[in-house]
Write a protein that binds this ligand. Structure first.
Ligand SMILES: [Zn+2]
Length: 260
């Protein structure tokens, strides 16, 4: 099933909520409030200082769809299957100059961003490679069926997405490794490479998609190796606001489990 959220209304609410503390902090609260309202009959207030940072309230949470599987902001979780379930992106390319264990491609913007992220990591002394990137629907069927046969469905659901629900099927998700002992393991988050990635991913448009302490929101155990490309604008906005999940950022329902 697919969950429909009235996003424009939601975005307006969120932006409105954010505007309050922002306006309270502004040097000229009244002017700032007027500036954000409808055209004012009053003379224009003095322009704000040019060095003022971009306002939180100006971030447009409706700039991209969270439903369209080709959107870089698509939110895929246990309550939000990709539609269609066998969706396949049209712009898959192979990241260049990056070790890639299973030679899996990514969508073009994510591939270019991975190249930059891995190069920046290398410049800081961290040898990062790709374990897994795009996986198509059929591959996810095979993976999930294998995990279910081995561990049972309840256990498999905690660490492997059902087909049609995997972020890897968007072509925007990538699993990283540092050639160390924490291959697809929780301890990756404490390795120098894992720590570096968590700190710098947003500079290149990536977020840690399944952070610590958010299993009830994302539906998945922490995966410090799994990064999701959302573009630098959103990744940096999430970092700046301290919001660690896409569900919370967009005001979407928590997705601790499947609907059925
Ligand atoms: Zn992953």
């Amino acid at each position: 099933m697919s969950v429909r959220i009235p996003r424009p209304a939601l975005a307006a609410l969120l932006v409105g909520a954010l505007a309050l503390p922002l306006v309270a902090c502004a040097p000229e609260p009244e002017s700032a409030a007027e500036a954000s309202a409808a055209p004012s009959p009053e003379p224009a207030p003095a322009p704000a200082p040019a060095e003022e940072p971009p306002a939180e309230a100006e971030f447009d949470r409706a700039a991209h769809s969270v439903d369209d599987p080709m959107s870089i902001w698509v939110v895929s979780n246990k309550l939000r299957p990709l539609s269609p379930a066998d969706f396949a992106p049209a712009d898959l390319v192979m990241p260049e100059g990056v070790e890639n264990e299973f030679s899996q491609p990514l969508r073009e913007p994510a591939a270019r961003a991975v190249e930059a992220l891995v190069a920046a990591a290398a410049a800081d002394g961290h040898a990062v490679r790709i374990i897994s990137a795009y996986r198509d629907y059929a591959t996810q069927v095979a993976l999930y069926d294998g995990y279910t046969a081995r561990d049972g469905q309840a256990a498999a659901d905690t660490y492997s997405a059902r087909p049609g629900h995997s972020e890897h099927q968007t072509g925007l998700a990538v699993d990283f490794d540092d050639h160390g002992a924490c291959y697809l393991a929780a301890c990756f988050g404490e390795t120098p490479a894992g720590l570096w990635l968590a700190e710098h991913a947003a500079d290149h448009g990536f977020v840690v998609r399944y952070p610590e302490g958010k299993q009830e929101v994302t539906g998945f155990m922490p995966e410090p190796w799994h990064f999701r490309y959302v573009g630098p604008e959103l990744a940096q906005q999430m970092r700046a606001t301290g919001t660690t999940t896409l569900e919370e950022f967009f005001g979407l329902p928590a997705a601790p489990g499947y609907a059925q």
